[in-house]
Design a protein around this ligand. Structure first.
Ligand code: AMP
Ligand code: ZN
Length: 491
């Protein structure tokens, strides 16, 4: 770590700035008040590990990480849970269809555990590349909490919230009077929408499975590999149940913040609330926060629509995971972002340019954080995570020639605790651009644009201009590679 040593925030809790967050539960931006002074407990709905997470899914974890970093840089202790769904998530939205994991295992002639282990490891690999901070983060697997899930259903049963039909035990949403309170969901419209696919044994279309029975032998349905005994019969937990059981066990009956993508508001999160609050009579989470979608051509990026990209797809085209992180930071988490290759390439160009500035500071000592920049940056991020504004202040600082290199370095280091762009290793990430002057970088970018526009004449003249400055540009699969021209000495 040549550039920056790790920045340790001052333990002075009195300097903690007020934080405002948009709460889906109230539909308002509110001042954040933790349950316990100086501590934040958060739960984030995690991945279903039957395929690689796509970059839309990864936005949810980047958002959770930015939130965590906000608290850490304001001297809070953070405890975080991201569950790993390794059972029970069905292909249909109406508690019907096949278990996604069992289906994938059969298709690939693997065991369910082989599939879930492989994709859990792939998920960890992705979040590592994205610079996600996993200290004090727990990644419980749903299959390790079957006992807790059964116990929760038993409690709901005792309170009269459940009923049994031929394919499982269901939650009767009409018994939970506040059902649909998150995001002001109109339960009647939910019922309308659900009518077509509804299981006609259900009492209300919005009722959902708590425990599903394994298919009977000779039913024509595939035999399940992952199944457990329960007081109601052999089967497996409904998808929503794990979040209620795990969060209660690891974070307590009420915790501070619950997050997920906006698609989880109408059904999954309202169902979590019904299960948990039905048992405890206490609020499950005080703040509910949701990130907007990554879209492609105005549609949600989704595995089911086939319009998705993984981090590996981006890497194949030379786009680094941290460039994707940077791109998302330039948008507000509540704004949808429209994925295009041009957009992420543009983000990578900006990040490369930033890495050149950082490289220049590499040998400098760390000075003092400039309070006026800290103030501006903090005001942006404590205002419901306004990262686009924070990034604008970062560039203002980078270009500010009145600030000494030492203080600039200290201030950038402070910003990075929140942005997670790994400034210490950023220059080496773009190794091939090392020691390449910014003016040459810019010419290469102009040449790339000219090539995309098929303006070969301009591209050629730019290549000559680059050569005059002592560099040669070679076109590779991963984009242009710039190398200094090595003078051949006469013998
Ligand atoms: P899943 O693995 O489908 O349960 O999704 C994991 C997380 O990704 C959840 O928080 C979803 O709400 C979120 N998510 C799914 N698709 C997108 C998308 N296109 N953009 C942003 N978040 C998404
Ligand atoms: Zn959940």
């Amino acid at each position: 770590m040549r550039f920056f040593s790790f920045f340790t925030p001052s333990p002075d809790a009195a300097s903690r700035k007020e934080i405002f967050l948009f709460n889906t539960l109230t539909g308002k931006k509110e001042q954040f008040v933790p349950l316990k002074n100086g501590k934040v407990k958060m739960y984030h709905c995690g991945p279903t590990v039957y395929q690689h997470a796509h970059i839309g899914n990864l936005r949810s974890y980047l958002f959770a990480d930015t939130l965590k970093r906000l608290f850490l840089s304001h001297q809070y202790k953070v405890r975080q849970v991201i569950n790993i769904t390794d059972v029970g998530h069905l292909t249909g939205d109406e508690d019907e269809g096949e278990d996604k994991i069992e289906k994938e295992a059969r298709k690939r002639k693997k065991t369910a555990r082989e599939i879930t282990k492989f994709y859990t490891d792939a998920f960890f690999n992705d979040i590592k590349k994205l610079g996600i901070n996993t200290s004090n983060t727990f990644f419980p697997r749903a299959t390790d909490y079957i006992r807790e899930q059964i116990a929760l259903v038993e409690k709901l049963e005792k309170k009269g919230y459940t009923y049994k039909i031929s394919d499982g035990v269901y939650f009767d949403t009409s018994k939970f009077l506040e059902y649909g309170k998150l995001g002001s969901i109109d339960v009647n419209s939910l019922k309308e929408g659900a009518r077509v696919a509804a299981n006609n044994e259900k009492r209300n279309p919005s009722d959902f499975a708590l425990w599903k029975f394994s298919p009977q032998k000779n039913s024509g349905q595939a035999v399940r590999e992952q199944e457990w005994n329960s007081p109601w019969g052999k089967g497996f937990p409904g998808w929503h149940l794990e979040c209620s059981a795990i969060s209660q066990k690891l974070l307590g009956e009420t915790f501070d913040i619950h997050t997920g993508g906006t698609d989880h508001i109408p059904v999954h999160h309202n169902n979590e609330i019904a299960q948990s609050e039905g048992v405890t009579g206490k609020p499950l989470s005080r703040y509910w926060m949701h990130n907007a979608f990554v879209t492609v051509a105005n549609e949600k990026m989704a595995k089911s629509l086939g319009n998705f990209y993984t981090l590996a797809d981006l890497e194949k085209k030379g786009i680094r995971a941290l460039s994707y992180r940077y791109w998302l930071l330039t948008a507000h988490y509540r704004s949808p972002v429209s994925f295009t290759w041009e957009a992420v390439e543009g983000a990578q160009t900006a990040l490369k340019r930033l890495s050149l500035h950082i490289k220049e500071l590499e040998e400098e000592k760390i000075g003092s954080v400039i309070s006026i920049y800290k103030e501006k940056f903090d005001s942006a991020v404590t205002d419901d995570l306004n990262t686009p504004e924070a990034i604008a202040f970062l560039w203002e600082l980078v270009k500010d020639e009145k600030i000494s290199p030492q203080d600039k370095k200290a201030t950038l280091l402070y910003f990075d605790t929140m942005l997670g762009l790994s400034f210490s290793t950023l220059p080496s990430l773009f190794e091939h651009t090392k020691n390449i002057p910014e003016e040459v970088q810019k010419l290469v970018e102009e040449r790339e644009t000219a090539r995309k526009e098929k303006d070969w004449e301009k591209a050629d003249s730019l290549r000559k201009e680059i050569a005059q400055k002592g560099f040669v540009v070679e076109d590779s699969e991963n984009g242009p590679v710039i190398k200094p021209i090595i003078e051949v000495q006469p013998r």
